[in-house]
Design a protein around this ligand. Structure first.
Ligand SMILES: Nc1ncnc2c1ncn2[C@@H]1O[C@H](COP(=O)(O)OP(=O)(O)OP(=O)(O)O)[C@@H](O)[C@H]1O
Ligand SMILES: [Mg+2]
Length: 464
């Protein structure tokens, strides 16, 4: 992020556009060199469209040998493209770490058996290849993602201006809460990855530390307060490296902080009280540091200690997806299985397209229709009505993303797929299945997913 950029209007006519250039794993190119090459490549454009994946840069040999992908990210600018003179381009070059063997933080006091070690937290280097694409895959009805980025930016502006912390202060704590499976944990990881990319000109490295709230509490219940303190001592050590940015994720924070109210009412052991107090004290110490962000998630915001909630600069409700968000989630599922050859190719309309079709059209094309546009419309409209059904059942993002698997397993049947199995020989472990000819028709998948949704509705009735 540019020091003056808030991703919004820079002057009366200019918008900041972020461009992310991902380097190949083995590239040893200097980030500055790549940045200069990308910049001069883009400066030849007349207009820039966003969000989009840039093409054509492969013709620059140095880019072709080092760069993997160049993305123009979403912008607050309401139009889908800008003239170059209206845009301020910010280029972020990054090379995701391949290392997904996370380093783990043991909370051992040193004099225990190894078996007793509890993994209080895990740390991974950012940007990390395992979180690539996560940010884009998360779809929400509101501007949750942009709002979070804006918050980070606002804190940077204040930090840079050395605002007196006694007069204007913030806690560097963000709390996401909402029903299960709405993408809270994923959003925390995705934001951490995004920050690592966007702040790479300020920090040489970034890390995500995920606190395992449950294990912290359950294993050595009577010592939990001390464990929290010890864990935060380690976090403080990480944060002391001022050229590194640290995102701390406290998942399901209610399990750490639920205890105080109970303790005050005399129903919980006082250890619970010590945990919360230790956590709050440690958070207060960390807020002085510029290079840290604490992200917490919860299903039960009412169960969280109010003093913790009060420390959160942003308390964001993450709702179940709207019909439109569901459409986009299901569309991304379908596009993925089409891209992998499991479903035969068909154009699935974008949300904007389908909203127009919905208003003006009544397509005739179903399976067997020869006009590709009519067929695409009909597929889109069916998907939209499936989305409405999912919405009526209050399905979470998690439940939506597994629909294709359920559809295949229960209703389509692997045998009917018309693809798969490496030709001639049995597959070896890890070997990708090769499409054999065309995949199954998309209508079959829509039927299967719809049946899976109906089935789920029946199951839910039984649960109530
Ligand atoms: N809004 C969304 N857009 C796209 N995918 C989503 C969305 N919400 C959830 N998912 C998918 O659901 C899966 C589960 O998400 P995640 O674990 O982040 O949810 P959560 O809110 O942390 O759930 P829980 O409260 O149960 O911990 C993820 O793999 C993600 O891809
Ligand atoms: Mg979660």
């Amino acid at each position: 992020m540019d020091d003056k950029d808030n991703g919004a209007l820079e002057s009366s006519t200019k918008w900041t556009i972020h461009v992310e250039a991902r380097l190949k794993t083995r590239s040893s190119a200097r980030f500055d060199t790549i940045k200069g090459l990308v910049s001069s490549y883009i400066s030849s454009f007349e207009r820039i469209a966003f969000p989009s994946i840039l093409e054509g840069w492969e013709e620059v040999p140095e880019l072709a040998s080092s760069v993997d992908r160049i993305t123009v990210c979403e912008s607050l600018c309401p139009s889908p493209s800008l003239k170059m003179e209206e845009a301020v381009i910010q280029i972020h070059v990054y090379q995701p770490s391949d290392n997904d063997a996370f380093e783990e933080f043991s909370n051992s006091s040193g004099n225990r058996n190894e078996d007793d070690d509890t993994m209080a937290a895990s740390v991974c280097e950012l940007p990390n290849r395992s979180y690539e694409g996560l940010w884009d895959s998360l779809i929400y009805a509101g501007d949750i993602k942009m709002n979070l980025l804006d918050y980070i930016h606002a804190t940077l502006v204040f930090s840079d201006a050395s605002v007196d912390f006694n007069l204007v202060s913030w806690n560097r704590v963000v709390l996401l809460h909402g029903p299960p499976g709405t993408g809270k944990t994923s959003l925390c990881r995705a934001l951490a990855q995004k920050l690592a990319i966007r702040l790479s000109h300020r920090y040489t490295h970034a890390r995500l530390l995920e606190i395992n709230s449950h294990s912290l509490f359950s294993k050595w219940f009577s010592e939990s307060g001390k464990l929290v303190q010890r864990l935060f001592t380690s976090i403080t050590e990480l944060v002391e490296e001022e050229d590194g940015f640290v995102v701390v994720l406290i998942d399901e924070v209610e399990s750490l902080t639920a205890a105080r109210a109970g303790a005050m009412a005399g129903t919980e052991p006082s250890d619970g009280l010590r945990v919360v107090n230790a956590l709050l004290t440690q958070l207060d110490k960390l807020k002085q540091r510029k290079n840290v962000l604490i992200m917490a998630t919860s299903n039960l915001v009412k169960a969280i200690d109010t003093a913790f909630v009060d420390r959160a600069d942003i308390v964001q409700y993450v709702d179940l997806p709207s019909r439109e968000a569901i459409y986009e989630i299901l569309r991304s599922c379908l596009c993925e299985i089409i891209a992998k050859g499991i479903v035969s190719p068909v154009q699935v309309p974008t949300l904007k397209q389908i909203q127009i079709y919905e208003l003006v059209n009544n397509p005739k094309g179903g399976l067997g229709c020869t006009d590709p546009q009519e067929r695409s419309k009909s597929v889109g409209l069916r998907l939209l009505s499936l989305a409405a059904k999912c919405r009526a059942q209050s399905m979470s993002g998690r439940a939506l993303r597994r629909l294709p698997v359920l559809a295949l397993a229960r209703y389509i049947g692997i045998g009917n797929l018309g693809i798969m199995h490496p030709t001639n020989q049995a597959s070896r472990p890890g070997e990708a299945l090769q499409p054999r000819g065309v995949g199954a028709q998309v209508e079959l998948w829509l039927d299967g997913m719809e049946k899976a949704v109906n089935e789920q509705a029946k199951e839910q009735e039984r649960l109530v």
